[in-house]
Design a protein around this ligand. Structure first.
Ligand code: GDP
Ligand code: ZN
Length: 296
């Protein structure tokens, strides 16, 4: 028995990568697999090499997870890409993505791309955001496809794991993947239509990279945390809140007595930007916040 990873699932076509041989074969699911199981990109499969171009899939190993967008199994990490400008940074959108991916059990890396476009003042503004996310506990990379800044660090983050890139359109997700892997992505690729006009599943490919894989189709561009979880859960995905012990363990950090998170916001230890995102996710407004967090 050999073990491989499905790197492509497009209609009936399955491609299996054999890490030991470093090559890809056409995957053919045998009876039991064909009848009972769907095969997704990212699946770890067991089987046999039957000839120089064919791998017979006898078993699909249990999945650690299965994403819907894009349809990839066993994803470890999400690179959430933003830019300070072109397009303009939306911290609420980034915070939502970080909360949702944490809820889905995936590690995240925060990337600010296109730093080559920034003048010194904008660079300072970016540094403030970088500090905010680092202090919250996320790995942060400032990057530029133009100058190559940050790409070595990003490469380190992607070693040996299966990752996808997420974030709004235009921030440079495809450009980063192309630059890192040398594989030109078909940009603007949309779901193909079959002859009958139905949409087929979008093609996804995993690109072997540094002992791991990068998915060539983007993750979420924007999400609403409350579509994924109850209000009570959101606070658990703000890592910095977990450093404080409120009087009540089920404290939502709103107006409860003995809320240490609120005190931390007042002392400036938790930045207003992050706390405001939290409230916005819960669709709550707190009058005391306008005192503490003065609008510029
Ligand atoms: P995606 O929608 O997130 O996949 O973004 P693309 O990779 O298609 O990039 C959108 C545009 O931004 C393209 O015109 C890229 O050439 C440009 N771009 C991507 N990365 C950078 C960068 O680091 N610096 C600059 N100046 N432009 C970039
Ligand atoms: Zn609290």
């Amino acid at each position: 028995m050999a073990e491989g990873i499905v790197t492509e699932r497009a209609g009936q076509k399955i491609t299996v990568y054999l890490p030991e041989e470093g090559r890809e074969l056409r995957g053919v699911p045998l009876g039991k697999v064909r009848k009972k199981e769907k095969v997704f990109a990212g699946d770890i499969v067991e089987g046999r090499v039957v000839d120089s171009s064919t791998f017979a899939i006898e078993r699909v190993k249990e999945r650690k997870n299965l994403l819907v967008r894009p349809p990839i199994a066993n994803v470890d990490k999400v690179v959430v890409v933003s830019t300070l400008k072109n397009p303009e940074f939306q911290n609420f959108l980034l915070d939502n993505l970080l909360v949702v991916y944490d809820h889905l059990g995936l590690d995240t890396v925060v990337v600010f791309n296109k730093v080559d476009l920034l003048d010194p003042k904008e660079r300072e503004e970016l540094n403030r955001w970088v500090e905010i996310y680092r202090n919250a506990g996320y790995p942060v990379v400032t990057a530029s496809v133009e100058t190559g800044e940050g790409l070595k660090k990003l490469r380190e983050e992607l070693k040996g794991v299966t990752s996808i890139f997420a974030g709004p359109s235009g921030v440079g997700k495809s450009s980063l993947i192309s630059k890192l892997t040398g594989v030109e992505l078909r940009t603007g690729q949309v779901s193909r239509k079959t002859e009958r006009g139905r949409h087929t599943t979008r093609e996804v490919r995993l690109i072997p990279f540094e002992g791991g894989f990068i998915g060539d189709a983007p993750g979420f561009s924007r999400v609403d945390a409350l579509n994924f979880m109850e209000r009570e859960e959101v606070r658990l995905h703000f890592p910095e809140f977990g450093r404080y012990q409120c009087r009540f363990s089920d404290c939502l950090h709103l107006e409860e007595e003995g809320c240490e998170v609120r005190e931390a916001v007042k002392r400036g230890e938790i930045p207003c930007e992050r706390f405001k995102s939290y409230l916005k996710m819960l669709k709550v407004y707190l009058p005391w916040l306008s005192e503490v967090c003065k609008e510029e």
